[in-house]
Design a protein around this ligand. Structure first.
Ligand code: SF4
Length: 845
């Protein structure tokens, strides 16, 4: 086993990255709890990722001796540069009375939160740390015979998994019946206990691997299949019914596949709890036949579904079943981050390993997980459904208690909407919305006034848990209740849980807003709306905006370690402050691409020398729009196959296209390339991408106009000729007119000193450059790839604007700044780079 670890660590094609990863494995070997780790590197190759899994797995199963570790570091001097790893192995021989546990069992997650100020009150910080440790360990640690491995026995459902965090006031108040006997919220997930070749009292952790899309997971699984570990370790992949249900879906009968499934599957018969009766779904009845024996050792979602169709077994339930015994569980990362999904998919992170790929979005995902919007219409629809259930008193007698409670609570919410209406009616409408925001404590006061506030939350939570549990496990008893109602109740429960957690400690991390959205005739204006004339339809909604991602990230800390991996994590200062977590181990290797295979330059002028500044104001000018068009034409003329162009918004994209159609430039671009535009909705997007991928292979190639933060800019692979050039236009700052952005900026300015947050302007800068770096990263995808990047904006000729680019982009850019004329004619022109690389390609063939 030890030899295998060493071999994996030294036989990589990307030595910098993999030695960094080996450092993590060493840390895992030397500590029972691996610190939360951030890995930032120039490019993340999918084929390296399974090796993270492999290294961690081995590290957990077998401890490398100190001597072997020291020998490895001696042979690989680069390891000394890896923070954390080298420190351990270079530590002098310790006092024999100090066991490795005592020596290494230091707090790992950084018990300090952004709310704590240890310097002011160290005693309190220390109490908090020990309290948190108690919570994680649940007082049941045991040492094995050799005194090396601790076993962390877990509660069945951690408080944090209910979205409350470890110190929730509700933990101690939940009645025994809720925790122990009646319909617990999350059924027991069978824990892996021991492996055949591991000591009796060692539990091998499960690795949860989250990525943004199933497409990304497919790439990772493909690479996992190429490692020696495939076949030794069992895996599964989780997805929603939308992706994995194989039963024919009748849209006219069911509002969603979830509703159809709930109505089809049948739980235990009432006569015998031991025996399952056949359900209305034959795939469900046959789900057990789709298992690790009938599937290949590594399979992606497509293969799982294809096999399910072939043997007529349900892939959705089969995958969930396999998760109980799998060593590696692949899933979209929101399954790991959102408490409601974790609960419904029975994912228990305690003491397991979490890997989040493409983690540059982690702050946004965490904020979104605790942000919730619902309308008065949603409330009224759910009231109708619950009234129907209450009407069948005899049939639903065992669930009436909590259904009636929830019905009363939803009626309270409906009254709340009615009573808040005067507040919003006084507000002017901008666009088609009027907004009223409260300070969080004032909002909570309005809830208290309607008996749906802090005092009532404990009861609401208990009843919501019972209701959702019943819906999951015995849906026929609540016939007529849709998934929409279940989601509404679960979401209210989750968000209020965050709001009232720890006696309201996190309350000011939320901004509640009442929003009135109106639609009317084309000539509609806010003046008319004030008198309610001409309004055809209006919707009232409540938005509870979470400003602090640490609120959600806190609940992930029950895991043994968390690895955040991305090509664009930097600047890490933002991750520290926003997630309220220290990252003691960070690895940031260089890019894997050799310098002669990438050309990066910036463009600062239009033809004729006019300054080309693509700020929001500048991009509105016709001469700038013409300059961008001319630069794009120049790139398309010299670049073979695919060209991607990223723009700050769909609005600007449409403006540019209209202008170019007027000037004739649109036709010129179409002569050079097949021009496509990124679509806003998912279905059109797949059609556009299909057309693009087929066009890039042709002689003319294709140009795709896309937007930063869109579907093309993240999670899509454009390798080799699919993107030989990337053109970026402007610096993509978030839209400061957006309510969520505006409120976040206010929040950061208010608490920047107290909670060590970035100021609003720094935060905007980080957001802008993450999006920009992400877009640039579409160009070169593996070591043998090549391509050019043109940054269009005069601001890039100033160091202030280039210092925030990824390290590898900065290095390649150097002083390669161009005017329009030098871009076409200098010795270091894009054209000469393209010609050289095309020639090298043809010679290689
Ligand atoms: S049991 Fe499986 S196949 Fe049947 S409806 Fe549900 S998800 Fe679809």
């Amino acid at each position: 086993m030890r030899c295998e670890v060493a071999r994996v660590a030294t036989s990589q094609t990307t030595p910098d990255l993999d030695k960094g990863l080996f450092g993590i494995a060493l840390d895992a070997v030397r500590t029972d709890r691996l610190p939360i780790t951030a890995i930032g590197h120039g490019i993340l190759q999918a084929k390296s990722l399974p090796k993270i899994i492999a290294l961690l797995k081995h590290a957990m199963e077998d401890r490398i001796s100190e001597l072997l570790a020291q020998e490895l570091v001696r042979q690989n001097s680069e390891l000394k540069q890896v923070s954390g790893a080298a420190n351990y192995v270079s530590t002098p021989v310790r006092d024999k009375s100090v066991t490795p546990e005592k020596y290494l069992n230091k707090p790992v997650f950084g018990h300090k939160s952004i709310y704590d100020d240890a310097s002011q009150n160290p005693k309190e910080a220390s109490n908090r740390a020990s309290k948190r440790q108690d919570c994680l360990d649940t007082s049941t640690e045991e040492n094995n015979e050799a005194g090396l491995v601790k076993i962390h026995k877990k509660r069945r459902l951690a408080a944090s998994e209910r979205g409350m965090g470890c110190e929730s006031m509700y933990d101690s108040q939940l009645p025994t019946s809720l925790d122990e006997t009646e319909l617990p919220s999350t059924p027991d997930k069978k824990k892996q206990t021991t492996q055949p070749d591991t000591p009796q009292n060692v539990r091998v952790p499960t690795i949860y691997y989250g990525a943004r899309t199933h497409k990304q997971l497919q790439q990772v699984i493909k690479e996992f299949a190429r490692t020696d570990y495939c076949g030794q370790l069992q895996m599964t992949i989780l997805s929603s019914r939308d992706y994995s249900c194989v039963r024919e879906y009748d849209k006219k009968t069911w509002s969603s596949r979830n509703d159809m499934c709930r109505a089809c599957i049948k739980p235990y018969t009432t006569k015998s709890m031991e025996q399952r009766a056949d359900s209305n779904c034959k795939y469900y009845d046959n789900r057990a036949s789709l298992n690790h024996q009938t599937l290949p050792p590594a399979f992606d979602l497509d293969e799982l579904v294809a096999k399910g169709e072939e043997i007529r077994a349900c892939p959705y339930y089969a995958a969930r079943g396999m998760a109980a015994s799998a060593h590696i569980v692949f899933c979209p990362y929101n399954y790991l981050i959102e408490p409601s999904i974790r609960s419904s998919m029975q994912i228990d992170l305690s003491d397991n390993i979490v890997i989040i790929d493409e983690a540059h979005n982690i702050e946004d995902i965490c904020r979104d997980a605790a942000t919730f919007t619902f309308t008065r219409d949603n409330i009224q629809a759910s009231i109708k459904e619950l009234e129907l259930v209450c009407g069948y008193r005899f049939a639903n007698q065992d669930s009436l208690r909590y259904v009636e409670y929830l019905l009363k609570a939803l009626k309270g919410w409906d009254d709340w909407f009615v009573n808040q209406t005067p507040l919003i009616n006084q507000k002017a409408i901008t666009g088609n919305e009027a907004t009223f925001t409260w300070a969080a404590e004032n909002f909570v006061q309005t809830l208290n006034n309607h008996n749906i506030g802090q005092q009532q939350y404990k009861n609401f939570h208990e009843n919501a848990e019972l209701f959702c549990k019943r819906l999951r496990e015995d849906p026929r008893t609540l016939l007529g209740v849709t998934q929409a109602t279940a989601t509404l109740i679960e979401s209210i429960d989750t968000v209020l849980g965050y709001l009232f957690r720890c006696e309201g400690k996190y309350m000011d991390d939320f901004t509640p807003a009442l929003v009135r959205t109106v639609t009317g005739p084309d000539s509609f204006s806010w003046r008319q709306s004030q008198f309610n004339k001409s309004i055809e339809k209006e919707t009232l909604s409540l938005r509870l905006l979470c400003m602090n991602p640490a609120v959600v990230f806190e609940s992930l800390k029950v895991s043994r370690c968390i690895i955040l991996a991305s090509g664009t994590l930097t600047p890490l200062i933002s991750l520290h402050s926003e997630l309220g977590t220290d990252f003691p181990l960070q690895v940031s290797p260089n890019h894997v691409i050799p310098p002669d295979r990438v050309w990066i330059g910036s463009l600062s002028t239009c033809p004729g020398g006019v300054r080309l500044e693509c700020s929001a104001r500048g991009a509105g000018e016709a001469r700038v729009q013409d300059g961008v068009g001319a630069a794009l034409r120049s790139v398309c003329r010299v670049t073979p196959h695919g060209v991607l162009c990223f723009l700050p918004s769909y609005t600007l994209m449409n403006k540019l296209v209209n202008r170019w159609k007027e000037t004739g430039l649109w036709d010129e671009l179409n002569e050079l390339k097949h021009v496509l535009m990124e679509a806003r909705n998912a279905r059109d997007h797949s059609d556009v991408m299909e057309e693009y991928y087929s066009s890039v292979c042709g002689v003319r190639g294709a140009l795709l106009l896309a937007v930063y933060r869109g579907k093309v800019s993240e999670g899509m692979d454009f390798r080799d000729h699919q993107a030989r050039a990337v053109v970026t236009v402007g610096v993509p700052y978030p839209n400061t007119y957006d309510m969520a952005v505006k409120e976040k900026m206010k929040y950061n300015d208010r608490y920047s000193a107290q909670r060590h947050l970035l100021s609003s302007s720094e935060w905007l800068l980080v957001q802008a450059y993450r999006a920009l770096n992400q877009a640039v990263g579409r160009c070169v995808r593996h070591r043998a790839d090549w391509g050019g990047v043109l940054l269009i904006d005069a601001r890039f000729s100033s160091p202030y604007y280039t210092q925030h680019l990824s390290k590898w982009v900065r290095n390649f850019l150097g002083n390669n700044h161009h005017t329009f004329e030098s871009l076409e004619n200098s010795s270091n022109s894009l054209e000469s780079f393209m010609q050289t690389m095309t020639l090298r390609d043809s010679e290689d063939v």
